[in-house]
Design a protein around this ligand. Structure first.
Ligand code: PEP
Length: 252
């Protein structure tokens, strides 16, 4: 179901005490937020997930993982499986963040495996796609996006695909302070929606939630989110400051 969402990716930030304080502040805000179908998601580090789930109203704030393992279980030291996440009550996981692709060599094929494992364990993947600066400058960004979708998601059945959230995150905009203009974001979101429509039909395409990510903040969120194909944001740095993230939620 298509939904307006503000999702905060905390990355490898906050210790448990600071993480709980941040989650509680957001929870206090969410209590009185007339969400009207709008979703608030936070993605703290693995170590925080269970404690934070106990501290927030999980009907108002959804807690997401930032990643999950590419195997069901077994001898994969340091990995956390989708089944483990499901067992503590996690409902979402970011999959294929560009930092995972860049620093951990995650390929579209590996990410497809992770997506399948999430779905098998009732976890909604927030699947990240986006081009590098060099790819945009050489005008191959549309091809890059198409390939990421074809290889990472488009083997899914229509039923499974309908459960996915997509986050378009141009890599050149992540953590750089350089935001895509609302027009640039709309152009790619519309392109993504068209690719989904070609593959799965217009109904599924119109029902897919597509978030924008990349230096989204309180000052630019409103204009980005008002684009017809932008359904909200996946927010990194600005989601670590409660007041700023609250302003972003209000911009939905
Ligand atoms: C992100 O990490 O998903 C992200 C969009 O980061 P930032 O908002 O800091 O650019």
């Amino acid at each position: 179901m298509r939904q307006k969402i503000a999702a905060g990716n905390w990355k490898m930030n906050t210790n448990i005490q600071d993480g709980i304080t941040l989650a509680k502040t957001l929870n206090d805000f969410a209590k009185n937020f007339n969400n009207n179908g709008k979703g608030i998601i936070i993605a703290p580090p693995f170590t925080h997930l269970y404690s934070i789930l106990q501290q927030v109203d999980t009907n108002k704030i959804f807690v997401s993982a930032q990643n999950c393992g590419a195997w069901e279980k077994g001898a994969y030291t340091g990995e956390v499986s989708a089944e483990m996440l499901n067992s503590i009550g996690i409902k979402y996981s970011i999959i294929g963040h560009s930092e995972r692709r860049q620093y951990f060599n995650e390929t579209n094929e590996t990410l497809y495996t992770k997506v399948k494992l999430c779905l098998k364990n009732s976890i909604t993947p927030i699947f990240c796609i986006g081009e590098k600066l060099s790819e945009r400058e050489s005008n191959v960004h549309f091809e890059v996006i198409k390939k990421q979708l074809n290889q990472g998601l488009f083997e899914l059945s229509p039923e499974d695909f309908s459960k996915i959230i997509i986050a378009y995150e141009p890599i050149w905009a992540i953590g750089t302070g350089k935001t895509a203009s609302p027009q640039q974001a709309q152009e790619i979101h519309n392109f993504i929606r068209k690719l989904i429509s070609d593959k799965y039909g217009v109904t599924i395409s119109n029902e897919t939630t597509i978030l924008y990510g990349g230096s989204c903040n309180a000052a630019n969120a409103k204009e980005l989110f008002s684009q017809p194909d932008v359904d909200g944001g996946l927010v990194g740095g600005a989601s670590l400051k409660a007041n700023e993230f609250i302003e972003i939620i209000k911009a939905l």
